[in-house]
Design a protein around this ligand. Sequence first.
Ligand SMILES: Cc1cc2nc3c(=O)[nH]c(=O)nc-3n(C[C@H](O)[C@H](O)[C@H](O)COP(=O)(O)OP(=O)(O)OC[C@H]3O[C@@H](n4cnc5c(N)ncnc54)[C@H](O)[C@@H]3O)c2cc1C
Length: 460
Amino acid sequence: MNGAATILWFRRDLRTGDHPALEAAAASGGVLGAFVGDPALLAPAGPTRVAHLVASVRALDASIGGRLVVRVGRPEEVLCDLAVEAGARRVVATADFGPAGRARDERVARHLGERGVDLELCDSPYAVAPGTVRSRTGEPYGVFAAYRRAWAALDKARPRPPAVVAWLGAPGEDPSGLLGLAGRVRPDYFADLPDGPAPAAPAGEAAAHAALEAFQARAERYGEARDLPGLEGTSRLSAHLKVGAIHPRAVLDAVGATSTAFVAEVAWRDFYADVLYHDPDSARAPWRGTPRALRVDRDGAARERFVAWARGTTGYPLVDAGMRQLLAEGWMHNRVRMACASFLVKHLHLDWRWGARWFLWRLADGDLASNQHGWQWVAGTGTDAAPFHRIFNPVRQAERFDPEGRYVRRYVPELAHLDAPDCLRPVGARLAPGYPAPIVDLELERREALARHAEARGRA
Ligand SMILES: Cc1cc2nc3c(=O)[nH]c(=O)nc-3n(C[C@H](O)[C@H](O)[C@H](O)COP(=O)(O)OP(=O)(O)OC[C@H]3O[C@@H](n4cnc5c(N)ncnc54)[C@H](O)[C@@H]3O)c2cc1C
């Protein structure tokens, strides 16, 4: 490698189109594209997410003629070495707003700076960057409805035409080595739960745009269909958005005028990133230190309940269907994510962080902000304004959102021969041989949850 290269450090922006950081890098000459597999970030990541990441890196590599430099190591060391090898004075990247990403970028900027190399950050993986939306008094919002109103009033950038890029580097590196870094840090409560990745879904920029195009044809019906897990009603863009194979501005540009309900979901994604940005500790601890956390069980019986939940053998069909979809596909429908999360917290009395960790382990779209705050919302420690009242009943949820039992029968074969409503509730071994008996009694555990709520309310 020689000449005054600029390094484009790819992170959550694994595409070449609509890419302001790439434009900025290309403005001063040849561009060396680099991806750094950081063991510290990959070790606690589940195999499905890393498999999707690797497939996305591979697609990016193919799209630039195999010239992507893929290295493993601490980013500050890898990038300093690479800058010296390439004679680069600039490293350009899309800004990252997560707690680990920000700390890493400060480290990298310091190390590069000591060698006379600039780290330039621009754009963001969001329609509106975290930290941007503020109330009139300059405070961040903690309630979604207010955030969304302010978010909607802001001008959003439009997708940009492809940049003309002179790619540097030689073909030849293979990102498969990154797969081995996944899942090295595994909590003991996972016990002997399955480890392997779910089968790969299509990855990369072309696949993301194909998914968006397919969704455009059904976006008009999103508002009615989005809550029905038995239908293909949602966009299935989450894993692509996670790795930045497509930017939300392109998604809003394509379907924003068709479905306000859809725009609101994209706003949720921005909102949770904003909430995490202002309170980085909320990835693990109750948001803004709220004392509303429920008392949880951690003994051997609690661990057994956790394993039954994660395997999809609770005896409650909607929960089992969701957890089995997660195992089989590395994705779960949003309505079912809420029902499964609520069941773990309010009927099994387990720590939301156990459930959140399992979701992050299995989801291809696993994202710290959306996942932890989706869980905190359910657990009553997050941004839900009415945290004490919501206890989803998984049978009622199934009757309401999967009334014909299409979803449940697809993922729970032991119930496939039953019509609704029988397939939506615990039916017993006579009607469904091989299907587990319910592990808990809903009414008893609802009362227990209310008692624990009362305790928490006393603290709050
Ligand atoms: C307990 C729990 C955990 C979750 N964990 C994640 C996660 O790790 N990663 C993740 O991307 N989403 C997460 N979500 C949000 C949501 O379930 C998924 O984004 C959605 O199911 C993805 O499918 P889709 O792309 O078809 O969504 P669509 O309905 O088509 O929505 C379009 C996009 O909007 C965003 N979005 C939609 N709903 C939400 C939401 N409630 N919160 C934040 N963003 C949203 C996603 O980027 C999604 O791709 C979680 C929700 C809950 C209740």
